[in-house]
Design a protein. Structure first.
Lengths: 522, 408
């Protein structure tokens, strides 16, 4: 790898000025970067090149990749709708290996531990590097400096933007469709691998040179509704199974039994109620993590007690959001992904359960997006510092742990709340300085820990709203000092090398921080 | 010649704990090997902490192995001390973490004991945040929830917990083991601001007196100023018959409670939700406790998912005359407090009596009367207790007098 030049960005973080041969712009601050010009576009296609019968099927993935003209050095995208049950991404790179193709750039919307076999493909040269989230074994491989290129982590909205800005040109997009027809129309509503919706593939279907839909439930034309439009699709193929249903969605979503998490979730719901954020016609977004899920359940009870109804809620949908919709506690679910079978059923049956995409919800180059309209959002974090800056991608030991997902995009809601434990085992979540900066503190309004609620001093309106309530409002420094005493002080910083192994992009495409190689101690 | 000792827990499921093995040697200095789940963050700190501990214990030559899963420093020391003493039982030096200011508050004989949260004695993970859930009391358990092989080592953990963990005002109780083993638990507790000792399977006044005598001995020996109260647990047919003798065995007994799992087994039946099999025993405990002027406290409700069942059980317990109930999950605390809160009618009556009493006192009258009725001193005492409980339960404002007692 050539010598890296690092500069200090507006957040005081050292970031590379070049990423995988492309010039990178250092982070300038929130709402400071406004690119001009026109958006990127795919090559022109013409109907005369496609069969009048509408049948675009080929026998298998390998044939599809050949038909798509896969070559050395191309960018191949896949998506994470099938989560940890995905069979497609591994099958694509296995087929690429059989074809003898090298140096591919993998551009997933997210990766999961099931994608660990891609490590072998990086070792054998099929995959050059990953631009997308890296968790578990992939995170370890990258953080220890083994990947040839630099990793790039983007939010869901940032990924859409990167495609539109031309930062990433997708040569071949492979879209897993739980149900599809020979023309390429596809959706996630039915079929053995039903996952609800497949909106993360929208940009890829519109901007990639070649689009492949792969399904294990090929039905006669038309496949409706078409969440992915066949008019954007070049090739359709099948696999015996595109995923392991048991790992795609859960049968039922388990809520946490942890007393501390339940306490955090309940305090978060009370905060939302007592600040008046919970009012008729309000909106919120929560995920499927234990605390977030319990928050929604507590809030639902409080809404019932007070007779308050939401206009819309945003998922990750689960049986609980579905229950809210079906009990009339919200008019709509604007859903980004479905986490359990009830969510899938609801999306199939309820007109008020609407599928969304990173374009509608998060895109930086949209003419507005849904995230900014939310009254509140609850999100996780691995670390938060005393200035409310937060980290969601690395652990305090320096290793990549999670992708950004929609996290950065959601920070733009009217009230961003992080319900987090103050420490996990011995490791404090409240720190002096985050290991990796992913979300600037000015956008993070409230931290709810089991030891108290800290409100960002910038939000004096929220501080005023809770004055007189018996919620345990404290400063972030107070809570941190208490935890530090309990766990025996802040942890030692990881032993980091000079090499940048991954760049963290802000929603606008500027580089907010970098992840450095973790070296063994001593 | 070398001797070895081990203490603690290890394995994939263990969190916030560690396992330490110590081999004491005649020469060669000390060597400490650490393998930790938080290696890169706290590996060096763990090593240092163990080295300091060895020095404080006067161990000069030893090979120490630590397998850590995120234990906080006072747990590491507890495991180290237990391991060293397993290798050298004659060692008298103690490895005491500094007693935190936040652990030094006192209790009162007549405080509310509506909820008491059981915490297994060797699972620190559950203890660190236990006080945040605001139970009236926490019970750190050395008896049934600690495996026989872990009993000795758990004493060091519990002692260090008592010195280190802020329970945010909750009464600090420990359930000791039965018989001699329980008496041997006491030196680990009495000097470290334990508030109440729970005596399991009490069957006679002598069972209580033995614990009381040992507690007083240790208090004297160590110059412990704060009182240490007792709460015997009746868990057998014999214990039930002797309930009054047990409750009145010592002036330090402040409450009497009942354990129904062992009791129902002892009378040859099984515990049911209706609880008809234990009605007599529970009533007996209430009456014995009231006769001895101590608080009657009910058993635990063990289905942590059934909040409605819990509430029904609390209301039943209150109806039988109990002042409190045990719990095994923090989510039960709030339900229990709500269940024991006085009703609107009770609050109204009690505030009227208290107001009448205060008025009579201000006017220098020897007799309190409400309307045409005379009120006896025990009724006044009971009423002010109800008012206090109503305030503690959040059903009556602390400033209720300003709002007018009768309307409160």
């Amino acid at each position: 790898m050539p010598e890296q030049t690092l500069v200090k960005n507006a957040a005081g973080r050292m970031v590379p000025t070049e990423i995988n041969g492309r010039e990178a712009i250092p982070y300038k601050g929130v709402a400071k970067h406004r690119p001009t010009g026109t958006k990127a576009a795919p090559a022109i296609s013409t109907v005369i090149d496609y069969p009048d019968s509408g049948d675009k099927t080929v026998p298998d993935i390998k044939a599809a990749l050949v038909a798509a003209g896969l070559k050395d050095g191309m960018t191949v995208s896949t998506h994470h709708h099938l989560r940890n049950g995905d069979f497609v991404a591994n099958a694509v790179f296995d087929a690429a290996a059989e074809l003898g193709v090298k140096d591919l750039r993998w551009f997933p919307s997210a990766s999961f531990p099931c994608h660990a076999p891609i490590i072998e493909h990086m070792k054998n040269g099929v995959v050059h590097h990953i631009e997308g989230s890296m968790n578990g074994p992939l995170g370890r491989y990258c953080t220890e400096g083994n990947m040839r290129g630099m990793g790039v982590l983007r939010s869901h909205g940032g990924r859409y933007r990167a495609v539109q800005d031309g930062d990433i040109h997708i040569d071949v997009a492979v879209i897993a469709g739980p149900t599809a027809d020979p023309f390429g129309n596809a959706n996630g509503l039915t079929g053995p691998a039903a996952c609800g919706l497949i909106g993360f593939a929208l940009a890829d279907s519109e901007y990639a040179d070649r689009v492949i839909v792969v399904t294990d439930n090929l039905i006669d034309f038309p496949c409706v509704p078409w969440q992915i439009q066949g008019n954007n699709v070049d090739i359709v193929t099948t696999m015996p199974a595109i995923g392991d249903a048991s790992k795609i969605v859960s049968g039922t979503t388990q809520i946490t039994k942890s007393p501390d998490r339940l306490r955090i979730a309940e305090m978060t719901a009370r905060f939302v109620k007592e600040t008046g954020i919970m009012h008729d016609g309000f909106s919120f977004q929560g995920g499927a993590g234990g605390t977030s899920l319990s928050f929604a359940i507590f809030l639902m009870e409080m809404m019932k007690e007070e007779g308050v109804k939401a206009r819309f809620v945003r998922g990750g949908s689960t049986q609980y959001l579905t229950q809210m919709l079906e009990e009339g506690l919200t008019d709509y679910i604007l859903d980004g992904q479905t986490f359990d079978l009830e969510g899938v059923r609801s999306m199939r049956e309820n007109p008020g359960h609407v599928n969304t995409s990173p374009f509608t919800s998060y895109n930086y180059h949209g003419k507005g997006n849904f995230a900014t309209m939310l009254d509140c959002v609850v999100l996780g974090a691995t670390e938060v510092d005393v200035n409310f800056n937060a980290n969601v991608v690395t652990h305090s030991d320096g290793y990549l742990l999670h992708g950004i997902g929609g996290w950065q995009n959601c920070l733009f809601s009217k009230c961003t709340i992080l319900p987090i434990p103050a420490f996990r085992d011995r490791i404090p979540v409240l720190v002096d300085e985050v290991t990796t900066l992913v979300g600037p503190g000015e956008l993070i309004d409230v931290i709810v820990t089991e030891r108290g609620i800290a409100i960002n001093p910038l939000r004096d309106d929220l501080l005023a709203a809770v004055a007189g309530s018996d919620l345990p409002i404290r400063t972030i420094e107070e809570i941190k000092a208490e935890v530090d005493e309990l766990v025996g002080g802040q942890p030692e910083k990881p032993n980091l090398g000079e090499k940048v192994v991954a760049a963290i992009e802000w929603v606008d495409g500027t580089v907010i921080d970098s992840v450095r190689q973790v070296l063994p101690r001593e | 010649m070398s001797t070895t000792g081990q203490a603690g827990r290890k394995g994939d499921r263990v969190r916030s704990d560690c396992w330490i093995s110590v081999e004491l040697k005649e020469s060669g200095g000390t060597s400490v090997a650490v393998k930790s789940r938080v290696q890169s963050m706290y590996g060096a700190s763990i090593k240092k902490s163990v080295e300091q501990g060895l020095e404080a214990l006067g161990v000069e030559h030893a090979v120490v192995e630590v397998v850590d899963a995120g234990a906080v420093p006072f747990v590491i020391w507890a495991r180290l001390e237990a391991a060293v003493k397993a290798a050298n039982p004659g060692l008298t030096a103690e490895l005491l973490p500094e007693a935190k200011e936040s652990t030094l508050y006192e209790t009162r004989r007549d405080r509310f004991r509506r909820s008491r949260l059981y915490l297994p004695g060797d699972q620190v993970k559950l203890m660190l945040n236990a006080g945040l859930h605001r139970p009236d009391g926490v019970i750190i358990d050395l008896e049934d929830s600690v495996a026989p092989s872990q009993k000795e080592a758990a004493r060091y953990v519990v002692r260090n917990v008592l010195r280190s963990v802020d329970f945010f005002g909750a009464e600090r109780m420990v359930r000791i083991n039965q018989g001699q083993m329980g008496l041997d638990d006491l030196p680990f507790l009495v000097p470290h601001n334990v508030h109440i000792i729970l005596i399991p399977k009490a069957e006679s006044a002598d069972d209580v007196k033995a614990v009381d005598a040992r507690v007083q001995e240790i208090r004297k020996e160590k110059g412990v100023e704060n009182e240490v109260f007792l709460m015997p647990i009746v868990e057998s047919a014999l214990g039930c018959f002797k309930a009054y003798e047990i409750a009145s065995a010592s002036p330090n007994v402040v409450a009497l409670t009942i354990g129904l799992e062992d009791y129902t087994a002892d009378i040859g039946t099984q515990r049911t939700n209706e609880g008809r099999e234990s009605f007599w025993a529970r009533s007996q405990v209430v009456n014995a406790a009231r006769a001895a002027d101590v608080q009657p406290i009910d058993t635990v409700f063990s289905d942590v998912t059934d909040m409605e069942g819990l509430m029904a059980s609390v209301i039943e317990a209150k109806g039988l005359g109990f002042d409190g109930k045990g719990c095994i999950h923090p989510r039960q605390i709030e339900v229990i407090h709500r269940g024991f809160a006085p009703s609107d009618g009770e609050v109204k009556k009690a505030t009227c009596i208290v107001v009448a009493f205060e008025k009579a006192e201000a006017e220098g009258l020897g007799v309190v009367s409400l309307g045409s009725k005379m009120i006896d001193p025990p009724v006044v005492k009971r009423a002010s207790r109800t008012v206090e409980l109503a305030v503690a339960s959040g059903v009556l404002s602390e400033n209720w007098r300003e709002g007018g007692g009768e309307d409160a």
